[in-house]
Design a protein around this ligand. Structure first.
Ligand SMILES: Cc1cc2nc3c(=O)[nH]c(=O)nc-3n(C[C@H](O)[C@H](O)[C@H](O)COP(=O)(O)OP(=O)(O)OC[C@H]3O[C@@H](n4cnc5c(N)ncnc54)[C@H](O)[C@@H]3O)c2cc1C
Length: 398
């Protein structure tokens, strides 16, 4: 049986899950190549990420020179804001927040760009007892001993391996946006600064927190205020129309900043004034380019297929209410690396032993966030003081 040093791994997808997994496999001695479909280095995905221990485990365990504080902003409170900007609930909460871009920069710096292949869209796979062939639309075919698909919610790997699994629309979309903190009023800033803040409307809620500036700036005055506002949109023509971008292209997974039809942005801003606390409404109204992500559930019953693994959103995509998507993607990668170490040289054996724990993790997270989403968007029982609604990959505050 070959040792790791003689084995090659391919990771498909160069976001947080893919980069974390690629770094860990390389640390074990695999020759790792990562293939990312976008033609340029991923940037400008300025959206916020709530840091959970797994999200930053690479930095905390492998980068002694970078502290979590150096890549994130923080909060000291969980705050619910009422219809007149009054604080209806507040409790201590020391969450850390970063932006996708800030985290990506650090991981990419460690992996380097030599084996981070841009503009390579994986389109097909075949495997035999000794290895896996991955075909790319560029015409390239690569063979490896281990292939990890970290290619997100519309994963090609999942579609090839589990063609019957389809994303299930939750019944609501997430409107997302960021605003430079200097662009909001002093009253709004005072409410949203140093806190994870919520405003709850009828069958809806918005979650807001400060994140680093576009260049990773952490100082007060240079950060962004980030939000996700969950709004019900019935499945059918209304949703289909909304998820059609300005150019007329269908955008079933995300209508990007600048691509949302103007009339939907106008409606969003107007409704915010009526439905949200004034601070939250101001944030929404000051957003230059709000964008839409439909909230989808994806559930699989397999993540390991011989020498091929699905990690992160490629396997389970969970509604964002636990703020645990990137943490789960990273956790899948860490567990995979640990299983490979335990089965030194035996890739299929390692994948078999890795799969049950990660299926359990994905299912438990999905159950929890479905319940959270139902309470907010269908039952209207989202209670500010309920600790069950706290973030966490392994459970509230865990
Ligand atoms: C509204 C909303 C809010 C969210 N908020 C949070 C939050 O606060 N905290 C949090 O942790 N998570 C949050 N998430 C979830 C988070 O975005 C995902 O869980 C996380 O990005 C998954 O990481 P990933 O690496 O598995 O996939 P992705 O980040 O989706 O990356 C997949 C990568 O694969 C590439 N790719 C796709 N197909 C191919 C192919 N065929 N060939 C080559 N490359 C390919 C893509 O270009 C992309 O770079 C939120 C999600 C939504 C919808």
């Amino acid at each position: 049986m070959p040792t790791f040093e003689e084995q090659r791994a391919i990771v498909v997808g160069g976001s947080i899950g893919g980069l974390t997994t690629a770094l860990l496999l390389r640390d074990q001695g695999f020759r790792v190549d990562l293939f990312e479909r976008t033609p340029t280095l991923l940037d400008g995905r300025g959206a916020g990420i709530v840091l959970q221990p797994d999200t930053v485990r690479w930095l905390t365990e492998r980068r002694a020179d970078v502290s979590v504080e150096a890549v994130s902003t923080g909060s000291s409170a969980l705050r619910y804001i009422g219809a007149d900007n009054e604080v209806v609930h507040e409790e201590p909460a020391g969450w850390r927040f970063t932006s996708w871009t800030t985290l990506y920069r650090f991981l990419l710096q460690d992996f380097g760009t030599e084996r981070y292949h841009l503009g390579e869209f994986a389109v097909g796979i075949d495997q035999d007892a000794d290895g896996v062939d991955v075909r790319f639309v560029s015409g390239r075919t690569e063979r490896a001993d281990l292939v990890v698909f970290a290619d997100g919610i519309s994963s090609t790997g999942r579609r090839r391996l589990l063609p019957d699994v389809q994303p299930v629309y939750s019944g609501y979309v997430g409107w997302r946006g960021t605003v430079p903190e200097t662009e909001v009023s002093a009253e709004t800033h005072a409410l949203l600064d140093d806190a994870l803040s919520y405003s709850v409307g009828p069958l809806s809620h918005i979650c807001m927190y400060p994140i680093p500036g576009l260049g990773g700036e952490l100082e007060r005055g240079r950060r962004l205020l980030n939000y996700v506002w969950y709004r019900n949109v019935p499945v059918g023509p209304e949703l289909d129309e909304m998820l059609t971008d300005k150019r007329g292209f269908p955008a079933p997974v995300s209508v990007h900043p600048g691509q949302v039809q103007d009339r939907y942005v106008a409606e969003l801003k107007e409704t915010a004034l009526a439905a949200l606390a004034p601070a939250a409404a101001e944030l929404v109204n000051r957003t230059a380019e709000p964008y839409i992500q439909p909230v989808l559930d994806i559930e699989v019953d397999r993540m390991a297929f011989g020498r091929v693994a699905l990690v992160g959103d490629a396997a389970f995509a969970a509604r964002p209410h636990a703020a645990a998507g990137t943490a789960k993607a990273a956790a899948d990668g860490w567990a995979l690396a640990e299983a490979l170490l335990a089965h030194r040289g035996n890739v299929p054996g390692a994948l078999r032993s890795w799969e049950p724990g990660q299926l359990e993790l994905g299912r438990a997270l999905l159950d929890r966030v479905r319940e959270m989403g139902t309470r907010s968007q269908q039952r209207g029982t989202w209670e500010p003081q309920d600790p069950a609604l706290h973030f966490g990959l392994y459970g509230p505050d865990k």
